[in-house]
Design a protein around this ligand. Sequence first.
Ligand SMILES: [Zn+2]
Length: 234
Amino acid sequence: MILSISSIALELHADLAADSPYSRALERDLPRRLARLSPWGRFCRPVKLLLVDNSIELKLLAPRASLLDLRGLAWNDAVWLLRPERWPAPPDPGEWVTLVLHELAHILWFQRSTSPERAPAYAPTWFREGLAVVAAEGLPPATGRRYLADDAVESAAYSDDAGIADLGGVVYAVAAQLFAAWWQQHGTRPYASLCRELRAGRGFSAAFLLACEVDDRAFVAAEAARWRAEARTQ
Ligand SMILES: [Zn+2]
């Protein structure tokens, strides 16, 4: 199936049977839900959506060795997903569309922040996963911060695959809260200049400092301190 969504310039080529509930959910819900991605730009190249039959195959496609039990992977204008019927507990179609949206948000970020001849620019876990979670699921409720204030926010924010495998959902919850806070404090213009600096070949920390006038680790530490202070007064 080919899905063309003009509002965000997405042309999605998916190898899904047209009669599957998952392709019906994609056709029905994705165009509307993709409108949520528009604050973060438009796609500049078509995206392929490919399904694989088992998680080992998915791991082999990952650009780096991964310890995670992967369901989806975004890389080089393509999204690879574990065929939903092969999940240990098959997702409901809505949950599956959320995963598609999450992976498409990664692709959108790659397309915006990387010039075609470069490998996708590195972004720390909190920014990369935070953008994808917020894009796919919306801004997290601020009340969620109080449950995260006791966790090691800084280490979750910069955790590698091993850390994500170890801490699980906390990493994504921390990432979403940090990204939401960053977006609310900085927003469109710093986002555009961050992308521009990355496309010019700067590393994430240097680009972030130029775009937001704050060091990225200092931003994360200040947020973590704010959450702890909030939790103490509640
Ligand atoms: Zn992700």
